[in-house]
Ligand binder design. Sequence first.
Ligand code: PEP
Ligand code: MG
Length: 540
Amino acid sequence: MVQLQGKGTGGGVAVGSVYLLRKGEGQIPMHRTEDPAGELRQLEAALQTARGQLGRLYESARERAGEESAQVFQIHQMMLEDEDYLEAIRDAVTQEGCNVQWAVSKASQMFSQMFSSMEDAYMRERAADVEDISRRLLRILSGSGDAGIRFDAPVILAAEDLSPSETVQLDQEKILAFLTEKGSDNSHTAILARTMGIPAVVGVSGLLKAVEQGMEAGVDGDSGAVWLSPDSVVLETLGEKAALQKEQKRRLARLRGLPAQTQSGRRMMLYANIGGVEDVQAALSNDAEGVGLFRTEFLYLQSRTYPTEEEQFAVYRKVVQGMDGRRVIFRTLDIGADKQADYFQLEAEENPAMGVRAIRICLERPDLFRTQLRAIYRAGAYGPVGIMFPMITSLWELQEAKAHCEAVRQELIEEGIPVAEKAEIGVMIETPAAALISGTLAAHVDFFSIGTNDLTQYTLALDRQNSKAGRFYDPHHPAVLELIRISAKAAHEGGAWCGICGELAADLSLTEQFLDWGIDELSVSPGGILPLKETIRSLP
Ligand code: PEP
Ligand code: MG
């Protein structure tokens, strides 16, 4: 038995067999092939599939975003025909006798280095394209296609790291737990695991060295302990813990339907954070009074190209109807930083968390923004909705975003399309700048929602993705708490209401403090709602 330790993100315990996900070109093993002709046949088939995928992507991008934006897929198609690139792959297979995946990865490295070193800026940019088409080929060759990773039976998924777009495409039913060697418990992957209610341990050092495909593992998502080939004592302890958790669930279930109020009658709205329609059921069964944060970008991460207005509307309407009269707050597209979708073709940035992300992308690309706003306003015809903007730092950004909202609403009315009678408008307070000008912002919105994950990152100048951050990433830091306090005060003085939707909202050690500051709403992953209700009801 080997015991490892990481950061638990919650979700309870799990026991099962490990599926070790090895990915990325650097990890592709080279092996000698006895059948180079067979490897080359695989290459031809993969090329054909890739051409088909790129053709479809070109068509849908052209329809959606115009010829210019779609051209990238034509360039990719041309690169797939490039004789030098193909010859490099074929030569590696026939002359060096290596497997086709390794040959693709080698050609990718060679050509991307060659393009990167060119003087011409246009040619330098082709390095990213050659990496992109190579990744596409590798996905096809590994059988994962574009649809993400698939398993036949429930597994404990172990990987070096998982991106939010990989996590969101996983089949939830087939995952008992996640284990990653990298990552922090504030990363979006960890947050997604929490929303799905799946035990996860991140930053498990030594994981990849110790774990083997198919071995049995035990996971405690709360303490962060991981056991490989657990002995009978550990299995028994995990069994007892699972029984205790069942008992706790039964106890919490008795609170369903009861108000979230203290003994003296102070009330708190308890809302759910969701990532898609699939989380609505969990929100309702955990007694959510609404959705306080709909992370709409996960819809974009699941797509192969920009989701159309109709596609977004279909999803948003389902969520609004599913919540059956309870308020749904849409957070507008928060793409960038760790949330990357290839088709956005976002430029590589030195510091993407401080780069052109979230509202900045939306204001720079109003066509994208307005498509989403149209879908939200249309969904608002089916139930109460709110709209909030991520990463606001200045009043003008809020004003510009609101102007788009109003223009879109008018446009829909003129087109005779049913729209939300009223959509509440809010800003996320997740930068120190927004907190410090909260008095000004409050006069222009209906509500604030404090995003403590990013607020902590930006206040403490500490990357929330960094698995080494450890005790330096401290959401309880007095500077963070003070920014929350002043934002809540400014909201109320300006006539707005104030919620918290970052992970700190679920921290039971702060619930009383939040009540004292007059926080009106806490929005947490569905599994965090009933524990909060229990704490609130126990307070004087
Ligand atoms: C936050 O930053 O606290 C937040 C709720 O948004 P996200 O975690 O999606 O960045
Ligand atoms: Mg955020």
